[in-house]
Design a binder for this molecule. Structure first.
Ligand code: NFS
Length: 669
């Protein structure tokens, strides 16, 4: 039975999205929001209770049915379904990493002349992790291209190595590595763990939920510390390690007077070339010859995160805004590569002058133009795509660009955070640890993940981030969650004055950082693992990731990648909350128990599915305070802070003379 259609305000809390959903209603156009309203989710599948692993089923374990035809129990079926989802998510991230390793190899061997090593310092660091020598026998630095080639080959070997385990595991705190070895879940190679997990879920194979879920953690760790970490490292090597830049976010970044090109998907490989082409004076002149003032590039999803943090290319929006971008009527071309690309884009583009271009050999969409990307001719292909976009500009009809955008400062790689806190020569997270120890910062929340058309778009993000900041919790973000915060205006240093509690505000003012740090795309969640590892080894906050007063969450998650991320964060010791629903294993009490109680005692992290925003905030704060207490840290007391900094100074300057004297010389208020 069809559900009632939500009003635009009920579907989203983003002003730009609301304006365009109103427009969709007027034009009677469907979007993912209206399709979600028309299509009820299957209540059996959504609880993890449908097994379609063989042709005797699908077995729907509901009502009195507690076993499938083969005898599989509810716990086995729910665990297997979860495992399969994680394996797909881990594959997506990891294959993205493999693609970048091949690009580096091509670049280093002269087959991809438009790419090179932009950050040789990062190359040398990564060479160290991958056991690639950076100096010859005489101690002389080897040529950069030679090192790059060997780093690429060593990275590729991580996917299918014959023996040993992933080299990046040694970047984790020693205690964490020990736990992985004791539990037997240190990943041996990226591909092997995915294949083994899929093998185990074949009919008649691994049938003990806890055992299936152990391999699920191992597979996910192969993503977090393997595929994703390699993707991030190699992206930094080729395209540069991010540092703060100024940019803007939301659909208002599209320009009425310019050729608008949107890059959407995940890989930075092509989008970086599109950035270069869009700055080409010849193409800008060509755009002018067609009556445009220039070329405006904007991004959606994680391609957007990749290009905003390195190049400052503005964010057009997050996952649920991809169709809405086309609905503005102002987009000449949407270029997509891999992952999170809705098939609904093609019929939407059909209704406008917009050309949807698929570029990856892995992705074709019916109705889209396919221009296959080839690294050996990267810039030439990018220029061709930009030229096609310019040719479409004169065909543009009526537009509807919402006047909604926010300033933002992205680019907080872990390297930059080190530098911001410790300086160039003494890069360190010591000040962060000290701030947590003193209680200025109560704890850290990694707020990440997708949007979900079944939820109130961006609303959970907004609520949770607002509450965290108020409670002096530093928020780090990636993926579509980061885009939600950017649109919300949380990602400027000034936002600390408005939203942060007194302790966090002092830190943000002193260092000059926003209270919500944009750390990149979803593969960049491994940057968060790196920060947590450094915090654990820096001293004062225990000796493992599981000791740190921190929580990971994806309040509006929807993708299998989000499940892989959640699982590797848990397996790395974090408490992770997935929001918005009762979760994909809610049909099995046993699996829920394993993911909480059993995992917590065995691995130090746990995974919970919590629907309600207030409850997510409550449990987050409880967890942070519990970890603080376990470390013997002082109880959080915000009344101690806020007596210094810019905001206090502004207040003091407003005081009458005597009170001002007292404030300045009397030791506080
Ligand atoms: Ni992450 Fe990035 Fe967004 Fe979700 Fe999709 S774009 S990889 S999966 S929807 S956060």
């Amino acid at each position: 039975m069809a559900k009632k259609e939500r009003t635009p305000e009920e579907a989203s809390c983003d002003a730009a999205a609301i304006a365009l959903l109103e427009c969709a209603c007027q034009l009677d156009m469907e979007t993912c929001f209206s399709r979600a309203d028309a299509l009820s989710a299957c209540p059996i599948g959504s609880q993890g209770l449908c097994c379609k692993n063989c042709a005797m089923g699908p077995c729907r374990l509901t009502g009195k049915t507690e076993r499938g035809v083969c005898g599989a129990t509810i716990a086995t079926v729910a665990a297997r379904n979860f495992a399969r989802a994680v394996s797909v998510g881990a594959s997506a991230h990891s294959d993205h990493g493999r693609g970048l390793a091949y690009t580096l190899l091509e670049a280093a061997t002269g087959h991809a002349p438009d790419y090179g090593v932009k950050d040789p310092v990062k190359l040398i660091e990564v060479a160290g992790y991958l056991d690639v020598p950076t100096a010859d026998e005489e101690g002389e630095r080897r040529p950069i291209d030679e090192i790059a080639k060997e780093v690429a080959l060593a990275a590729l070997a991580e996917f299918g190595k014959v023996e040993g385990e992933l080299l990046n595991l040694k970047r984790a705190p020693a205690k964490r590595q020990q736990t992985w070895h004791e539990v037997g879940i240190a990943p041996r190679s990226v591909d092997r763990e995915v294949v083994e997990l899929l093998h185990r879920t074949h009919v008649g194979n691994d049938q003990e939920a806890e055992h299936i879920l152990d391999q699920t953690m191992r597979c996910a760790l192969g993503d977090g510390w393997g595929g994703s970490m390699l993707a991030t490292d190699i992206s930094d090597i080729i395209f540069g390690t991010p540092a703060p830049v100024r940019s803007q976010a939301n659909l208002g970044v599209l320009r009425e007077d310019m050729v608008n090109i949107i890059v959407h998907g995940h890989a930075p490989t092509l989008s970086e070339m599109i950035v270069a082409a869009s700055l080409d004076p010849e193409l800008i002149e060509y755009a002018k010859s067609k009556g445009a003032a220039g070329i405006q590039l904007a991004g959606i999803c994680c391609t957007a995160n990749e290009t905003v943090m390195r190049q400052g290319v503005p964010l057009a929006g997050n996952f649920l805004q991809q169709e809405l971008a086309i609905l503005t009527g102002a987009v000449e071309t949407m270029i997509v590569d891999i992952q999170c690309i809705m098939q609904g884009l093609a019929p939407m583009a059909d209704k406008f002058h917009t050309e949807l271009i698929t570029t990856s050999p892995k992705v074709k969409i019916e109705g889209a133009t396919h221009i296959e990307f080839d690294e050996s001719r990267a810039l030439e292909i990018a220029r061709n795509i930009v030229r096609r976009a310019i040719d479409l500009f004169p065909k543009r009809g009526k537009t509807n660009i919402p006047d909604v955008k926010s300033p933002m400062v992205p680019g907080f790689s872990h390297e930059y955070i080190d530098y911001a806190l410790g300086g160039f020569y003494r890069g360190s997270l010591r000040p962060l640890n000290d701030a947590i120890i003193a209680g200025r910062i109560r704890g850290v929340v990694a707020n990440i993940g997708c949007n979900n058309a079944r939820l109130h778009h961006d609303a959970l993000f907004r609520h949770i981030v607002t509450e965290c900041l108020k409670n002096d919790i530093l928020v780090v973000e990636t993926g579509c969650g980061a885009i939600a915060s950017a649109k919300q205006g949380f990602m400027t240093p000034e936002a600390a004055m408005e939203y942060a509690g007194p302790g966090l505000r002092e830190i943000c003012e002193t260092v000059g950082i926003p209270p919500v740090l944009h750390m990149g795309s979803c593969v960049d969640n491994c940057r968060i693992l790196t920060v947590l590892s450094q915090m654990a080894t820096e001293g004062g906050l225990g000796e493992d990731i599981s000791d740190i007063p921190a929580v990971g969450m994806a309040p509006e998650w929807m993708s299998e990648k989000a499940l892989s991320i959640a699982t590797y964060c848990v397996a790395s010791g974090a408490y992770v909350i997935l929001g918005g629903s009762d979760g994909p294993v809610s049909g099995s009490e046993e699996v829920l128990r394993i993911m909480t109680e059993v995992w917590e005692s065995k691995i130090g992290g746990k995974l919970e599915f919590i629907k309600d925003a207030e409850e997510i905030v409550k449990r987050t704060i409880e967890h942070i305070d519990k970890k603080r207490a376990d470390l013997g840290l002082a109880e959080y007391d915000p009344s101690q802070w806020g007596q210094s900094g810019d905001r206090r100074m502004a207040e003091v300057l407003e005081l009458p003379f005597e009170e001002r004297l007292e404030a300045v010389y009397g030791g506080g208020k």
